[in-house]
Design a protein around this ligand. Structure first.
Ligand SMILES: CC(C)(COP(=O)(O)OP(=O)(O)OC[C@H]1O[C@@H](n2cnc3c(N)ncnc32)[C@H](O)[C@@H]1OP(=O)(O)O)[C@@H](O)C(=O)NCCC(=O)NCCS
Length: 198
């Protein structure tokens, strides 16, 4: 049983509203738009992500993904969202709060991607800014973490713009694009010295 969770999961997960975007739980009805955006963004995304399984963009794999997300949600271990643009409902990317540790940690890790045709338009900044109060106030987490490869300028700018503080450097931290790669470690705290940050 998770500690401190206040959401009632008999109810559907609330849609999180941000500045020009909404975050909502992925559904099977997102499959075609999601797969088309991922395919169109393949070359842009793959250098920064774990290796895509060969069947990753198939309907069957997406169904497994949705089931995994539902299980993570049920067990309070992760919360996955698609990001939709308010103006027209277009799916612009994804944001996941994963690997939630309760007990004495009360922490979770962010993962994110924006489709190539939507980058540098402020959507991920808006999405992360919307997720932070959900994580701290609704889920009562104490700490958010994120990690990125030192050459990932976009990710570094995003994290620093949204109040994350660089805390360290971990050698061969994650296997990205098939290679164990060093990562910069970022964190943001609920309250304390990070209170009121962007
Ligand atoms: C990192 C990523 C999610 C940023 O998404 P985004 O929707 O473009 O983010 P925003 O538009 O909110 O931009 C945030 C800031 O980063 C800057 N930025 C984004 N991409 C950049 C790039 N390639 N080079 C330099 N700055 C960049 C933006 O200009 C903005 O700063 P500003 O407001 O001062 O101009 C996106 O580039 C992406 O999906 N990258 C590939 C996958 C990835 O890296 N995932 C994360 C792994 S750790």
């Amino acid at each position: 049983m998770a500690f401190f969770r206040t959401i009632n999961f008999a109810e559907p997960l609330p849609i999180i509203e941000g500045d020009g975007v909404v975050l909502r739980t992925p559904q099977m009805t997102d499959f075609e738009e999601w797969a088309a955006l991922r395919e169109a963004s393949r070359e842009f995304l793959t250098p920064w992500e774990p290796t895509w399984p060969v069947d990753d963009l198939t309907r069957a794999a997406f169904r497994r993904r949705i089931k995994r997300y539902a299980e993570d949600l049920r067990t309070d271990t992760g919360y996955a969202f698609v990001i939709a643009r308010c103006a027209d409902g277009a799916l612009v990317g994804g944001l996941t709060l994963a690997n939630i540790r309760r007990g004495v940690a009360q922490a979770g890790s962010l993962g994110y991607w924006t489709g190539l045709s939507f980058v540098r338009l402020g959507y991920m900044t808006a999405a992360v800014r919307a997720l932070v109060p959900f994580a701290f106030n609704s889920l009562r987490l104490h700490r958010l973490e994120a990690a990125c490869i030192p050459s990932n300028t976009g990710s570094i700018k995003l994290l620093e713009k949204t109040g994350f503080v660089r805390e360290g450097y971990a050698r061969e931290y994650l296997c990205i694009n098939g290679v164990w790669q060093d990562h910069l470690l970022y964190g943001r705290l609920n309250g304390g010295s990070d209170y009121g940050k962007a």
